[in-house]
Ligand binder design. Sequence first.
Ligand code: PLP
Length: 398
Amino acid sequence: MSDLTDRQPLLSPQPSPRSDVEIYRMWEIYKAVNARVKAGGEVVSLLVGEPTLPPPARAAEAAIRALSDGRTIGYTEALGMTRLREGIAQLYRQRHELDIPARRIAVTTGTSSGFMLAFMAAFEAGQTVAVAEPSYPAYRGALKAVNLVPHRLGTDASTGYRVTPAMIDALPAQVAGLVIASPANPTGTMLDAADLHGIVAACRRRGLWLIVDELYHGVGYGRPAATALAAGDDVIVINGFSKYWGMTGWRIGWLALPDRLVQRVEALTGSLQISAPTLSQIAAIAALDCDDEMRARVAAYARNRDALLAALPRFGIDNFAPPDGAFYLYADVGGFTDDSVAFCRRMLDETGVVAAPGVDFDTAQGHRFIRLSFCMDAAVIDEAIRRLEPWFRAQNRR
Ligand SMILES: Cc1ncc(COP(=O)(O)O)c(C=O)c1O
């Protein structure tokens, strides 16, 4: 008798093509940062979009209370705790005078799982989904992971990085949906109510699902952000507690869904995640009551934004759109380089200041852009400016 354990398989199983998602180039920079710190070097980081302050005081208190009460921190219903869903519905009434029933809100594990659930609920494997670029790079990876095909919809400074109805009309016939964000990462561009109405109408004409990432709502400089939900009940809106409330590690997001997707998302959540983290949901309910604290943080970001906006022309950078929201500046450094990764590496090596290369956000034009994040302490921003100004002035122009 032959010994099966000695036999080599004829074909060794291979990883799936759909898991072959891009690794952000930002991680290369991140590794260089860690190596620099390990070697005793200083780093002034404008790299990541993570607010550095502790969670809102009431949110932290609520979590501590839940733990010290000896409560069971078990699963919740798949769509989330009723009080949180109702609190989110109330937020839409307060912020937008909009009645979005709590039954249409699904609490998710960060917006990251929110957009996976939305993609799975709305699209069939193999369909093509347009993604406005520059944009948050994980949309592309997440689409690919569920066997969808991302289609780049490029925007640039000529429309203030906005998608227009004409661009939607011109999308190829096979496109089944569109992903946009407002305010957007990395540009900070915000779409106003009229822009959103136009985009929703164009998507309806084409029969496209529209997915709008509103995670940076609340982080704005001037007019308040409009929500795509005001333009209709057929839009999928994504939001969460990571940015305005600065609760990235708590992993709570939400979806505001058209009625026909609610049960689908509930079933998918049951199979994929059971529920979002319970302790974090308890903290999120309390965070909804922390507007004064959060507004003070946004005022601090506004001060950082102004300092960078004043500094960029002194660096010799003229092509940038002043961000309406979020906490990023997307700057054209094409006058200095056509390789934003190498540029960020050199900037780090020579000044200790680190920013994100544009290639992660825009697959076609990102080689000439960098993203500066400004959700850090004012002292970090001021130190970055102090170091970068002479460095930029000493760079050769192409
Ligand atoms: C536009 C945008 N959407 C979604 C996310 C993911 O956030 P989270 O999963 O923490 O909600 C980010 C993170 O930076 C982002 O910038």
